[in-house]
Design a binder for this molecule. Sequence first.
Ligand SMILES: [Fe+2]
Length: 185
Amino acid sequence: MTTETLHYTIPGLDEGAARKTIDLLQSRLHATNDLQLTLKHVHWNVVGPHFIAVHQMIDPQVDAVRAMADALAERIATLGGAPRGTPGALVEEREWNDYSIGRATTQEHLAALDVTYQGVIGSYREAIKTLDDLDLVTQDILIGQTEQLELFHWFVRAHLEDQGGQLQTSGEATEAGAARAARSD
Ligand SMILES: [Fe+2]
């Protein structure tokens, strides 16, 4: 929870609502900073016959997710808060583990990214619901970002579908489990 004093916030928003909104934005800022680094890590570590397609598919996602982090951080500042964007703060405050796959095939990384995107999008949708009673302008920012994240999630999942439309990795809850399921196919 934000403990710093807000010297000002947005007109029409009380300080309690502003603080809660800043906390939600901070959690999204950590999620997008983590995701853009993770996507770049995948860009560097994919191998296999579909290397170039996946390697090149990921860079526009990195750029878009970095822009999301920027918008979130600037919204925190607009609300009178101080965005925490350092690696140390991210590692200390995040509620998930580091991406666990190193050098691996495109299918393994895409399977792991499917799980990663599920986590990020699920938490975005929870934040959107909470913002219903706090700040609709911030909610609008998160809705726009969720639309983009869901599109990128589809790009990832389209590679994991078989001809019957089934996902190779459906039911896998961890990155490592999803990567294993993709490997055995
Ligand atoms: Fe590159």
